[in-house]
Design a protein around this ligand. Structure first.
Ligand code: ZN
Length: 151
């Protein structure tokens, strides 16, 4: 990745971290899930509102490193208005990007997270909110952790 691109992507992450999108609780959600990444101390709660097959609204609150927060922010923006199937496809595409299996050519601003594939611990930060979104969609509620044996 070129230095200019690295810089562009870093500024996207910093900007999302400073001014996260959809950063609020949701009263009339159809599901929510908590995500925990004890390796870094990231916590996120994701709410989804589904009507028919569509995610009409997505929001989150959380605290943690700038990668986890920026990723949660861009995740909500990316899946809002999509169908469940489209959201799950995005989850797969994003996961392929952050694990270095894809260059995420069609992922727009989400490509800012491509660099984390070089840092295995950061992959958990970047994918935390996505796991929580998927859990909220599938079960309606629950907690996901990046560490299977975490409390
Ligand atoms: Zn983190």
């Amino acid at each position: 990745m070129s230095a200019e691109l690295d810089e562009l992507y870093q500024s996207i992450i910093l900007d999302q971290n400073r001014r996260p999108q959809n950063f609020h609780k949701m009263e009339d959600a159809s599901g929510h899930a908590d995500g925990l990444n004890p390796m870094c101390g990231d916590q996120v709660t994701v709410w989804v509102k589904v009507e028919g097959d569509k995610l009409v609204d997505v929001s989150f609150v959380g605290q943690g490193c700038s990668i986890s927060k920026a990723s949660a922010s861009l995740m909500t923006a990316a899946v809002k208005g999509k169908t469940k199937a489209e959201a799950e496809q995005l989850y797969e595409d994003f996961h392929a990007l952050v694990t270095g299996k894809s260059d995420g050519a069609h992922l727009g601003r989400l490509k800012a997270f491509g660099g984390v594939s070089r840092f295995p611990l950061r992959v958990k930060c970047a994918s935390l909110a996505w796991h929580a979104m998927k859990a909220a969609l599938e079960s309606g509620e629950g907690t996901v952790s990046t560490e299977p044996h975490a409390p």
